[in-house]
Design a binder for this molecule. Structure first.
Ligand SMILES: *Cc1c(COP(=O)(O)O)cnc(C)c1O
Length: 481
């Protein structure tokens, strides 16, 4: 079942009934695969990330704070590179990290040093990765509406690949390349008609979404022909991305087969040989115990094998391959630590009760619950509680009833103001989608690296926000926290 919410804000009072999560085991248990590899509890029961107690992070950096296990992130990157190395040596593979999941200089440098490239989808993301030291030829530029200025900047910087998403963009890019006297390196983004969600995928000709050129309508082969024969464009390859938070390897397999079929048709009918096939990202991660993510070590080699076999069957040379995981690299590395401010008990229909626990962040640092009905795992982080678990809802401090961090969680009945809660797997699409709604500053990201704490992004202050408003100078009161 896809839990994506169509659009617009979701209000707490409109949320329908949903199955409640199972009552957890011992309160101290940290579900495997949900928490960073370096997460454990010390003898006082305090949650530690790579040996550093989150209480210490909270004291030094305030709350809310995102705490990243640097080893976890680097290990995942390495695991991807290893899993997508073709043992037969026939397919050369590049892993591009999808920067939109979370970008900061430290992350760009770690991933660069692990041999990954970077996928960006705006001029801002492009500037960030270049400034952080990612070589331009390892950058791939996405987006369905890149501006002329963004395209010009990307070409000027020597970006390795520009993924063209429309005929308008193809014209625009070619004109800019002509002006600049360069040939623009392009991939053509193709909508294969395979759309994958968490536990299922659909493979139809139905392509009712904004990205790419449609395969079914012939638009994709037209775009490839135009790019192949355009003097100002250099056709590098073809791109496909089938979705996000995917747990079914078969979605990727079907996409790979269709893509190779497309390459075979191009070769047979147009005499065009495609040198590179990018199969996108979307590999799912474990947010809760119920999620069973892909086993990358098994899936990688199997998928490469499918591509090679399909190429042999269709009589096309094996192209260079590329993948673009974002969430799967950074998501599990990070936890958000909040301080509890208030606790209320509410009666539900049928005599049940729910404990509302308000924390000092909310939809400004985690919009995914309101936007996608996302589920997360939470734990009491500063101690182990003896009290029996109560059905709880973790809510933020914003002026919206839909400001929910976790809809249904079992938390000890003795949680009180001042306790710390940690929410797992918040590394992807949390800080990068954060806002300063209600003039709440966006939280810092702090990495634990080799047992030491280091600032990846500092907290956004009231002074930062005041600087945007020409009618304001310095804040007259001390900003919180
Ligand atoms: C979002 C996106 C990704 C990364 O998706 P994840 O779910 O974070 O792995 C990769 N490629 C493209 C084109 C995307 O839009």
């Amino acid at each position: 079942m896809s839990r994506a919410h169509p659009a617009g804000p979701k209000h707490g009072d409109l949320i329908g009934p949903s199955p409640l999560p199972a009552i957890p085991g011992p309160a101290a248990e940290l579900t495997a695969g949900v928490w960073p590899v370096g997460a454990d509890r010390d003898q006082t029961g305090t949650l530690c990330i790579s040996g550093v107690p989150v209480t210490e992070v909270a004291e030094r950096f305030g709350t809310p704070v995102l705490v990243m296990d640097a080893d976890d992130l680097r290990t995942r990157a390495r695991d991807y590179v290893r899993a997508f190395t073709d043992p037969s040596g026939r397919a050369e593979v590049t892993i591009y990290y999808a920067g939109k999941a979370f970008l900061a200089a430290a992350v760009v440098r770690w991933l660069r040093d692990e041999g990954l490239g970077m996928d960006v989808c705006s001029g801002g993301e492009l500037a960030c990765v270049l400034a952080a030291g990612m070589p331009a030829n390892r950058v791939l530029f996405h987006g369905n509406n890149k501006s002329a200025a963004e395209l010009r900047t990307a070409l000027g910087a020597g970006v390795g690949r520009i993924v063209v998403d429309s005929h308008d963009e193809l014209d625009r890019l070619a004109a800019i390349a002509h002006d600049e006297g360069v040939r623009a390196p392009v991939l053509i983004r193709v909508t294969l008609g395979v759309e994958a969600h968490t536990h299922e995928f659909i493979a139809t000709a139905h392509e009712d979404q904004k990205f790419g050129f449609s395969l079914a309508s012939g638009s994709a082969s037209r775009a490839v022909r135009r790019a192949a024969h355009h003097p100002d464009l250099e056709l590098i390859g073809v791109h496909s991305h089938i979705g996000s938070q995917i747990f079914v390897a078969s979605g990727f397999e079907v996409a790979a087969q269709r893509a190779v079929g497309f390459l075979a048709d191009l070769r047979a009918m147009d005499g065009i040989e495609i040198g590179e096939l990018n199969l996108g990202g979307g590999m799912g991660i474990r947010y809760t115990e119920a999620d069973e993510p892909l086993d990358i070590a098994a899936m990688g080699p199997a998928l490469l094998q499918t591509v090679v076999a399909e190429c042999d069957r269709r009589g096309v040379p094996v192209p260079r391959l590329a993948f673009e995981p974002g969430r799967a690299i950074v998501g599990p590395s990070t936890v958000t630590v909040y301080e509890v401010g208030t606790v209320k008990r509410r009666s539900l229909d049928g005599g049940r009760k729910r404990t509302y626990i308000s924390v000092d962040g909310g939809m400004s640092d985690n919009i995914r619950t309101a936007l996608y009905d996302a589920d997360y795992t939470v734990t009491l982080a500063n101690r182990i509680a003896p009290a029996a678990p109560e059905l709880s809802r973790v809510v933020g401090k914003h002026c919206e009833s839909g400001d929910i961090v976790i809809r249904d969680a079992w938390l000890p009945g003795d949680v009180v103001p001042g306790d710390l809660l940690a929410v797992a797997a918040t590394g992807a699409y949390n800080r990068s989608m954060a806002s300063n709604y209600n003039m709440v500053g966006r939280p810092p990201v702090v990495a634990v690296d080799g047992g030491r704490l280091r600032t990846v992004l500092r907290r956004e202050t009231l002074t930062d926000m005041f600087h945007l408003d020409p009618g304001l100078t310095e804040p007259p009161i001390t900003p919180t926290p």
